[in-house]
Design a protein around this ligand. Structure first.
Ligand SMILES: NC(=O)c1ccc[n+]([C@@H]2O[C@H](COP(=O)([O-])OP(=O)(O)OC[C@H]3O[C@@H](n4cnc5c(N)ncnc54)[C@H](O)[C@@H]3O)[C@@H](O)[C@H]2O)c1
Ligand SMILES: CC(C)[C@H](C(=O)O)[C@@H](O)C(=O)O
Ligand SMILES: [Mg+2]
Length: 368
C-alpha cells in the first residue's frame, strides 16, 4: 500500500518524538512492503519563528492532502508572552478546526510491565482499560466572544456548542463502546452548566439508537475522583473539550507516565491526525530523554484507523510490549529495576523488534 504522511514536529520534544514515529513507520513499511512517503511542515513555535504565524497556509494545504498526519507537540516558554492569536497552541487548535477533527480518541491502558510505575496501587491500575472520547473542535476552546473588556478588568471566554456537534461526538462514543465493553459514561457539569444540560439531553436521545450499550451520566468532579480510585469502572468516557483535556492527563497516571498516552483525532471523513497526549516538555527538550512510546502508540492508531492495517498495528504494539518486557524504559517511568535508556535508544529497540520479530503472538492490546 502507498501512503503519504505529513509530519508536523513542532517544538520542544516534538521533533524528537516525531523522529521516533517516522522511524517506526519506516520499519513497518519495510517489513510489510508498503511505501510510506513523508513530508514535514512547520507548526506552532517553529512556524512562528520561520513564517511569523503558528499555522502557515502551506501546512494546512499539505495536511488536507495527506493520508494521515502526525504531530509532535507545540509550545514553549520562548513564545509564552505572545498574544493569544499568535501563540504556538493556536496552530494546533487551528489545524484541528480547519480539518474538522472533532473526535479525539485517547485510550488508556497500562502495560503489565509498568503496573508498578504508577503511584496508584497496582491492583487499582491493573484492571483499568478505558477510552476517553474528547470533543475537540468546540466548547470553551473555540466559543466567541473571548476578550478582555473594561480596560482589561473584565474577561470573557465562551462555552458554546451546537446540538449537532454534541450529537456527532456522542455517536462516536456509542460506536466506540460497541466494539469495546459496551458502556458509556458521559461526563459533564449539568448541575451548573446549561451546555451540560443540553449534552445530557442529547445522550438521553441517542441512547435509543444503541440499545446494546449501557450509558450513565457522571459529574466531572466525581469522575475525576473515580478515575484514580476505581478506573476499572470506566469503559468509554465521552466529554466536552476542556474536561477531556484535563481528565486525559489525569488518566495518564494509570499508565505510569504522560509519555505513554497516544491519541487519534478524526474528522467526519475519517481523516486522522495522530499525536501524543503530552506537550513539548520544555524541561527535558533537547536532552534525548523524551519517552517516544506515546508517539509510537499513536502510530499504531494511525495504522489501524487511517490505513486499516490491523496486523501492522498489532505488530507494533507487540514490539513495544516486548521492549518493555525486556526492562527498557525512559527516565520518566518510575520503576525499580529495568534499564533506563534514552528516548532514541528506546525507539531504536522498538524498530529492531519490528524488523526482527517473527511472531505476533502474545498480542494483548487493542486500541479502538
Ligand atoms: N499537543 C500539544 O502540542 C501540547 C499538549 C500539552 C501541552 N502543550 C504545550 O507544551 C508546553 C509545556 O506544557 P506542560 O509542561 O504543561 O506539559 P507537558 O505535557 O509538555 O509536560 C508535563 C510534564 O510531563 C513530562 N513529559 C511530557 N511528555 C513526556 C515524554 N514524552 N517523556 C517524558 N516526560 C514527558 C514533562 O517533562 C513535564 O514534566 C506548553 O507550551 C503547552 O501549551 C502542547
Ligand atoms: C496545547 C493544548 C492546546 C492542547 C489542548 O488543550 O487540547 C493539549 O493540552 C492537548 O491535550 O492536546
Ligand atoms: Mg492536554
Amino acid at each position: 500500500m502507498e501512503k503519504h504522511i505529513v509530519l508536523l514536529p513542532g517544538d520542544g520534544i516534538g521533533p524528537e518524538v516525531t523522529k521516533a514515529a517516522k522511524n517506526v513507520l519506516q520499519a513497518i513499511a519495510d517489513r510489510y512492503h508498503h511505501s510510506f512517503t513523508f513530508e514535514s511542515h512547520d507548526i506552532g513555535g517553529a512556524a512562528i519563528d520561520h513564517h511569523e504565524t503558528p499555522l502557515p497556509e502551506d501546512t494546512v494545504k499539505a495536511a488536507k492532502k495527506a493520508d494521515a498526519i502526525f504531530l509532535g507537540a507545540v509550545g514553549g516558554p520562548k513564545w509564552d508572552q505572545l498574544p493569544g492569536h499568535m501563540r504556538p497552541e493556536k496552530g494546533l487548535l487551528g489545524i484541528r478546526k480547519q480539518l474538522g477533527l472533532f473526535a479525539n480518541l485517547r485510550p488508556v491502558k497500562a502495560f503489565q510491565q509498568l503496573l508498578h510505575a504508577s503511584p496508584l496501587k497496582q491492583e487499582v491500575v491493573a484492571a483499568s482499560d478505558l477510552l476517553i472520547v474528547r470533543e475537540l473542535t468546540g466548547g470553551l476552546y473555540f466559543g466567541e466572544p473571548r476578550e478582555r473588556r473594561n480596560n482589561g478588568k473584565t474577561v470573557v471566554d465562551t462555552l458554546a456548542y451546537e446540538r449537532s456537534e454534541i450529537e456527532r461526538i456522542v455517536d462516536q462514543a456509542f460506536q466506540s463502546a460497541q466494539v469495546r465493553r459496551k458502556h458509556v459514561t458521559s461526563v459533564d457539569k449539568a448541575n451548573v452548566l446549561e451546555s451540560s444540560r443540553l449534552w445530557r439531553e442529547v445522550v438521553e436521545e441517542k441512547k435509543h439508537q444503541y440499545p446494546d450499550v449501557t450509558v450513565e451520566h457522571m459529574l466531572v468532579d466525581a469522575a475525576a475522583m473515580k478515575l484514580v480510585t476505581n478506573p476499572a469502572y470506566f469503559d468509554v468516557i465521552v466529554t466536552e473539550n476542556m474536561f477531556g483535556d484535563i481528565l486525559s492527563d489525569e488518566a495518564s497516571v494509570l499508565t505510569g507516565s504522560l509519555g505513554m498516552l497516544p491519541s487519534a483525532s478524526l474528522n467526519e471523513r475519517g481523516v486522522g491526525l495522530y499525536e501524543p497526549v503530552h506537550g513539548s516538555a520544555p524541561d527535558i527538550a533537547g536532552q534525548d530523554k523524551a519517552n517516544p512510546l506515546a508517539s509510537i502508540l499513536s502510530v499504531a492508531m494511525m495504522l489501524k484507523h487511517s490505513f486499516g492495517m490491523e496486523e501492522e498495528a498489532e505488530q507494533l504494539e507487540a514490539a513495544v510490549q516486548e521492549v518493555l518486557d525486556e526492562g527498557y524504559h525512559t527516565a520518566d517511568i518510575d520503576l525499580v529495576g529495568g534499564t533506563v535508556v534514552s528516548g532514541s535508544e528506546l525507539a531504536r529497540r522498538v524498530v529492531d523488534q519490528i524488523s526482527t520479530s517473527d511472531t505476533t503472538e502474545n498480542i494483548m492490546r487493542c486500541y479502538v
